[in-house]
Design a protein around this ligand. Structure first.
Ligand SMILES: [Zn+2]
Length: 262
């Protein structure tokens, strides 16, 4: 077994694949293994570029052949989207990060990779704010999922404490809190006072993270977004306008490598 510790391995991009179209254009694409997917499919969007999504266990050579068989479709799709040159397609950064900053907690974790083939990727906390990613870290998709699971554990440890703190400061009481991987919202609150928080709050600034928690706590008083609700928020948030403006840009705080994991 080859052990590697202390220095990050150079990670290969899974963006290196190129699809040659009949008109000579060469389109970059990447293969994403998704345990939830049942069949191989190809998607092309200006934002994510050309992505082949496949269930686990499909041979890479066969995937490359399949992409080649579908090159006519890719050319037509690019014409339909008005994309002339392949470099107009943005291909997100899909490599693993060297460090993970969690501004909400004031923490920065450094990622160390311990390569061990044929073992699935897992993440544990080491000394001095290091995260140790061990197993087959060349499987970038699986490594990203392992990092996402760690982020979820970190959020489950830290966010309930932050919520309790804001609750104590404001006197707004809730019943229970749960942490989830929500795709489209930062949090929610039920009519019973059960608060659900998105683990990605970890990537927000401390002020913005507090603002999200405060927002959900204020829903224990008012469930809607009426002027009365915002007056309640304003009582505890002197810079409400600034926070609301920041919230509109808040999703860009989530790092690209994690967004690519979706
Ligand atoms: Zn709300």
């Amino acid at each position: 077994m080859h052990e590697h510790y202390g220095k990050p391995l150079a990670m290969p991009h899974d963006t290196a694949l190129q699809l040659l179209l009949d008109d000579g254009r060469s389109v970059p694409y990447r293969i994403r293994v998704s345990p939830r997917s049942r069949r191989v499919r190809l998607t092309l969007t200006p934002r994510d570029g050309l992505v082949m999504v496949t269930p686990p266990g499909v041979q890479r050579d066969w995937l490359i052949k399949l992409a080649n068989d579908w090159r006519g479709w890719v050319g037509k799709q690019m014409d339909q989207l008005g994309i002339r040159e392949p470099d107009e397609l943005s291909v997100p950064d899909v490599t693993l990060p060297a460090q993970i900053a969690l501004p909400a907690l004031g923490e920065t974790w450094h990622l160390l990779q311990r390569f061990a083939p044929n073992t699935s990727a897992r993440v544990r906390q080491g000394a001095n704010a290091t995260l140790v990613l061990s197993g087959d870290c060349l499987d970038i998709a699986a490594s990203r999922r392992a990092l996402e699971r760690w982020l979820m554990r970190r959020a489950k440890d830290a966010l309930p404490l932050l919520l309790a703190e804001v609750s104590r400061q404001t006197g707004l009481v809730y019943r229970q809190v749960s942490i989830r991987a929500q795709r489209t919202r930062w949090g929610s609150c039920s009519s019973h006072g059960d608060i659900c928080l998105n683990y990605q709050i970890l990537f927000l600034t401390p002020q913005l993270a507090r603002h999200v928690l405060l927002h959900e706590l204020c829903h224990t008083v008012r469930l809607d977004h009426s002027p009365r609700f915002w007056r309640t928020v304003a009582r505890f948030e002197p810079e409400l306008d600034a926070r609301r403006a920041e919230m509109r840009r808040s999703w860009s705080s989530v790092p690209a490598w994690l967004q690519a994991a979706r």
